[in-house]
Design a protein around this ligand. Structure first.
Ligand code: UD1
Ligand code: CA
Length: 459
């Protein structure tokens, strides 16, 4: 295949200069996931594997970031439009091997000069720092190709690194093509490379399919570089996770646990107490202040943020929840809610979308809130449902209070003023309003507005 020059992409090849392109390979079938969803869209720590790969690639600030798509490409393209709209996609219709995939990836770029990086969409723990360090080493040492390698206890299945007399990489031999002696080599090819664009172009043009799999092997570019007298070096990592791909759901879970371990470690070093890191799951997008305590079984998702001094858990899940200073949330669930400073929530509370608790609010056991704006110091201390409601400061709703917001067809709003009191087992049938300082007797069914000095709707 020839790459046609439709436009020129140039960068200076000097250390510190830019990277012309990163090509992320993601066209493979991912059969072993047994999923209707593309393998690279499966998530690790709340983000798709592909978005982790794109993130790492972005850290080298390439002029072009190309993802090569093939299997289930509509899904992958749609996802990329959402999470990384600047990314270019290139289609590889038939998966004729990694060399062919890179040809497809370079095709939309025209003539590329300078540095080109190749990575995979299913290696979520590869970090941007590693890519930056590889580029630095590539330039410092004057390599034509720098390969990310690792020594592993079980190299079965991987391409093996065959070192030359000078310590450089002479070639890479695929497991299926390797001799007994070559299979004994424990240094493996991760599939992550930094290339000089000229050698990559010439190398790709020289590829053949005379191998065990009848594919165009990207790894043969290394042999080509050597044959024209250019040096190929290794960047050896001892962080094996950064070289590991995900092929099935066992590996996905292992990778998720490791990513979570790393995220937890980062927060602990930043001053967060995590009592049991193994059962505390924190997505990458979460923000946590120093002196927060996370109890066992805490799951923090999405755009959740926790302010200093707060104690979350045990057994609490929050997604897109903003928690104020010194709040406590115990054995509860929250989604799209804000919890003010010093609020006490739980155990067994359910904060649903549109819940906004001002400071010092108390939400007790078996209370469910939805589209509920609750004023400072108010309390719903024991059981109840409040939806489409505004509740004023210091107002107390006693056990079993229900704000009945739904008449079977539409939802209506309820307003309860400040310093009001609603007795146990009352139902406020929306739309209705309770005035500031009003008093509703226990067991009331409130269908009309309640006046300031208190009234008993039964009389
Ligand atoms: C490749 C390397 C091998 C290395 C291993 C690391 C080659 C020939 N071999 O193995 O040395 O140890 O990766 O995991 O390069 N892909 C495409 N299009 C294709 C083929 C693959 O996009 O036509 C993508 C896959 O989606 C995957 C990646 O490239 O993300 C690697 O493909 P895979 O088949 O897993 O790697 P191997 O060829 O077995
Ligand atoms: Ca693989």
């Amino acid at each position: 295949m020839t790459v046609t020059a439709s436009d020129d992409v140039t960068t200076n090849g000097e250390a510190g200069g830019g990277v012309a392109a990163v090509v992320v390979l993601a066209a493979g079938a991912g059969t072993r996931m047994k999923s209707s969803r593309s393998k690279v869209l499966h998530e690790v720590a709340g983000r798709s594997m592909l978005s982790w790969a794109v993130d790492a690639a972005e850290q080298v600030e390439p002029e072009h970031l190309v993802v090569v798509v093939g299997h289930q490409r509509e899904q992958v393209e749609e996802h990329l439009r959402e999470v990384a709209p600047a990314v270019i996609t290139a289609v590889q219709d038939q998966q004729n091997g990694t060399g062919h995939a890179v040809m497809c990836g370079l095709a939309p770029l025209g003539e590329v000069t300078g540095t080109v990086i190749v990575t995979y969409g299913d290696v979520p723990l590869l970090s941007g720092e590693t890519l930056v360090a590889m580029v630095g080493e590539h330039r410092r040492a004057g390599h034509a190709v720098t390969v990310l390698t690792a020594r592993v206890p079980d190299p079965t299945g991987y391409g093996r690194i065959v070192r030359g007399d000078d310590g450089g990489i002479a070639r890479i031999v695929e497991h299926k093509d390797a001799s007994e002696a070559e299979r004994a080599i424990d240094e493996i090819n991760s599939g992550i490379y930094v290339f000089d664009a000229d050698i990559l172009h010439d190398g790709l043009a020289s590829l053949g399919t005379d191998n065990a799999q009848g594919e165009l092997y990207l790894t043969d570019v290394i042999g080509h570089a050597n044959s024209v007298g250019r040096r190929v070096g290794a960047y050896v990592t001892d962080d094996l996770w950064q070289t590991e791909g995900v092929n099935n759901r066992l590996q996905l879970a292992r990778m998720g646990a490791e990513m979570n371990r790393r995220i937890g470690e980062k927060w602990m070093l930043a001053g967060v107490t995590i009592i049991d890191p193994a059962t505390t799951w924190i997505e990458d997008s979460v923000d946590i202040a120093p002196d927060v305590t996370l109890m066992p079984g805490t799951h923090l998702h999405g755009a959740t943020s926790i302010a200093t001094g707060a104690v979350i858990g045990p057994d609490t899940s929050l997604k897109d929840v903003e928690v104020g200073e010194e709040a406590t949330i115990t054995r509860s669930q929250g989604l799209l809610a804000t919890v003010g400073a010093r609020c006490q929530v739980g155990p067994y509370a359910y904060l649903r979308p549109g819940t906004e608790l001002a400071a010092d609010v108390r939400i007790g056991p078996f209370v469910e809130t939805k589209r509920a704006v609750i004023g400072r110091g108010a309390s719903i201390a024991h059981q109840g449902y409040v939806g489409d409601v505004e509740i004023g400061a210091r107002t107390r709703l006693s056990a079993g209070t229900i704000v009945a917001n739904d008449d079977g067809e539409t939802r209506h709003s309820t307003t309860i003023g400040a310093d009001a009191f609603v007795g146990a087992n009352s139902v406020l049938v929306a739309p209705v309003s309770v005035a500031d300082g009003a008093h509703v007797a226990a067991g009331s069914i409130v269908t009309e507005d309640v006046a300031p000095q208190g009234s008993d709707p039964r009389s």
